[in-house]
Unconditional design. Sequence first.
Length: 302
Amino acid sequence: MPVQASYLFVILVWSTTPLGIVWSSETIAPTLSVLMRMSIALILAGLVVAIGNIRVPWHRRACTLYMYSALGIFGGMLLSYIAAQTVPSGVISLIFGIAPILSGLLAQKLLGEAKFTPIKVFALLLALCGLYLICAAQIQQLDLAPMGLCLVFLAVCCFSLSGVLIKRVKVAIHPMATTFGALLFVTPMFALVWWIVDGTLAIEQWQMKSVWSTVYLGVVGSLLGFLAYFHVLQKLPASTVALTTLITPGFAIALGAWLNNEVITGSLLLGAVIIISSLALFQFGEQLKWFTPQCDQAKSDR
């Protein structure tokens, strides 16, 4: 599949995933819902690997890649599912929007990338202002628990750290092999968490909306979504991959309001505009003509 098609598919999946998480955990316990999702994806990935005769290496470097991938899946998914009990899907998507900036900060330390330029520092501060505005508005106007918002932020940290760590592993592996290896590592972790936290099925409480949402997330959100994500992550820089979060929040907010009756407040929209603007500035700010002379002057001074 061309990397462009994979990139567009990742945008589609990430736009619908927050709402799917909210729906799937409405009548199914969050720890069980995410375990079912990963189990479906693991079984299907195993079938694809077997039928397609795809080689899945198990040498040290490959296992390191699987573990780094599992870190983002486990931390990002588990915390998001728990947070979805109280946090609207649109807000989850917006907070995930700061992933490119977090990835850039982590890449400085872990990949030795250049330090932020003044415009990127300004974009970071702007994003933090937007994040604060959104969180404050959600806590005050919608009476949301601060813990849920904190869990989403921690999920973003896990996701960003995983993406940067993956770029440290120099190994050529088929994206489906990476997907299968990561799922094989992470699914038992979800099973252990479910067994410790809940350990019950309560099938009689399940509603079809939650069941079908779980199936969708398992097949499209996990198997196909992870396949496309690992594909573009191999071909593109981590910060470019994370740029998809510049596009997905708008779609996620609209879907949440349309299909799940989520409240869109003025503060939420303002915070969304600030965060999206900060991401655009972070990625493309140095290309602005009005800022280029200042950058050149700063370089000459150094």
